[in-house]
Design a protein around this ligand. Structure first.
Ligand SMILES: [Mn+2]
Length: 242
């Protein structure tokens, strides 16, 4: 049952639809077939969860697509899943990361009315849900390379609203990995938003300061290095707070 007078959302990232698994296909055809559809199956499972939990919004914080080599099945499947959300009145907000930057994945998504795909210029979408004013701020990577912090490009918080920022970022970075839109937890926390919906790092992490800052982690592992449980994050805003 959906709790009354709440705003609820599910936050995910890094689905990497159609991540290539070529080497596996050579060894075990059955396993390769199951893994080949795993990223799409994960998206369907997340949409099922959104419907079952009757959330107000689904946030996808970058790298929804693995890259430009998307299978011919993916656009139709993605559209069908977004339509299932739309039919239930559930909003979907999507930003693009380094794998699916605007310059890289150019195939038109043609989203249903309740889906917002952010462009390279930061925008704010405002709506009301469960008696709460909500503002979702986001921007997409224009190119796969984002060596500078994107934080200065984000709009100021909307007064009186619950402010959510969506960002694809490597945070302070990790040894041996390229840096994408670097910024620190402290900078995000100080930015005056209430929730940061982050993507990029494939391991879930949450930080609670003034704001809740959450790295979603992957919902589905892509290779043997990403074994073990995976997850999405559900947030609830009630009159008692977040
Ligand atoms: Mn990424």
């Amino acid at each position: 049952m959906r709790p009354a007078l709440t705003f609820r959302f599910i936050h995910t990232a890094d689905l990497h639809l159609d991540s290539p698994l070529v080497s596996l296909a050579l060894r075990d055809r059955d396993l390769a077939e199951r893994l080949g559809v795993a990223s799409r199956a994960a998206l369907s499972a997340i949409v099922d969860l959104c419907l079952a939990e009757q959330v107000d919004a689904l946030l996808i914080a970058g790298d929804l697509w693995d890259g430009s080599q998307a299978s011919a099945k993916t656009p139709g499947m993605l559209k069908a899943e977004l339509r299932r959300l739309d039919a239930a009145g559930i909003r979907c907000f999507i930003i693009r990361g380094n794998h699916d930057a605007i310059s890289k994945v150019t195939r038109e998504l043609d989203p249903p009315p309740n889906t917002v795909v952010f462009g390279a210029r930061a925008k704010t979408h405002r709506f009301e849900a469960g008696g709460h004013e909500i503002a979702v701020h986001g921007l997409s990577f224009a190119d796969p390379h984002a060596p500078q912090s994107l934080l200065p490009l984000y709009p100021v918080a909307v007064a009186g609203a619950f402010n959510i920022g969506m960002m694809h970022t490597s945070l302070n970075g990790a040894e041996g990995h390229d840096i994408y839109a670097p910024c620190s937890l402290a900078e995000l926390d100080a930015f005056s938003y209430d929730y940061w919906a982050l993507g990029h790092i494939h391991r879930r992490a949450e930080y609670h300061g003034r704001a809740a800052v959450v790295m979603a982690g992957i919902p589905q592992g892509r290779d043997i290095g990403e074994a073990g449980p995976a997850s999405v994050t559900m947030g609830t805003l009630s009159d008692a707070g977040f």
